[in-house]
Design a protein around this ligand. Sequence first.
Ligand code: GRF
Length: 213
Amino acid sequence: MTPRHSLPKLNLVVLISGGGTNLQSLIDAIQGGELHAEIRAVLSNEPEAYGLERAKKAGIPTCVLSHRDYLDRSAYDADLAEKIEYFQPDYLILAGFMRILSSGFVQRFQDRILNIHPALLPKFKGTNTHQRALDAGEIEHGATVHLVTEKLDDGPNLLQASVSILEGETAETLRQRVLKEEHRIYPAAIQKLATGEMKISDGQIIWTHNETE
Ligand code: GRF
């Protein structure tokens, strides 16, 4: 195995729309030496996203590209892709980016877009996952880091973490406990790509070492 100190850092561009706690977990993991990567830029479609402040505090370049300034999705995605390519990322990290990406965009960055979804995929794709898990009477719920493919919340999983659903649980308490797990598994999954423990090729996740986390 290549010694860790000689591995190149992964270059990341992180896409957000909101508070950016997952972004913060990546910044913290990089600063703490647990994630061998550099966040080249943070892009948001929402000018008021608090995650932009988190990026600025960490000295990371930011860029706002408001979807409201575009007539259609393909025009927006084309500009977004151009902005991203300027930073030459190895991976695009969706961290609460609340937009569906067009097929053309996904194809352009094939095998290089990751997302974190607040549910144990393939269960509960889409939104409102915590309430839906409670309504369905699930006994466990969780989060998934997955590869983004052209179908929504459908790509193969890199890592999952589960939590038990407790007595008297509400969507909010569940959201908070799942979010804590998200902050653990997102940096961990990206680190596995950085070390080569995991590779992505032709839409498949390939484990090159032991699959236990
Ligand atoms: C997270 O729950 C993530 O799973 C989902 O959007 C939320 C973003 O939260 N995709 P934050 O902006 O990272 O705090």
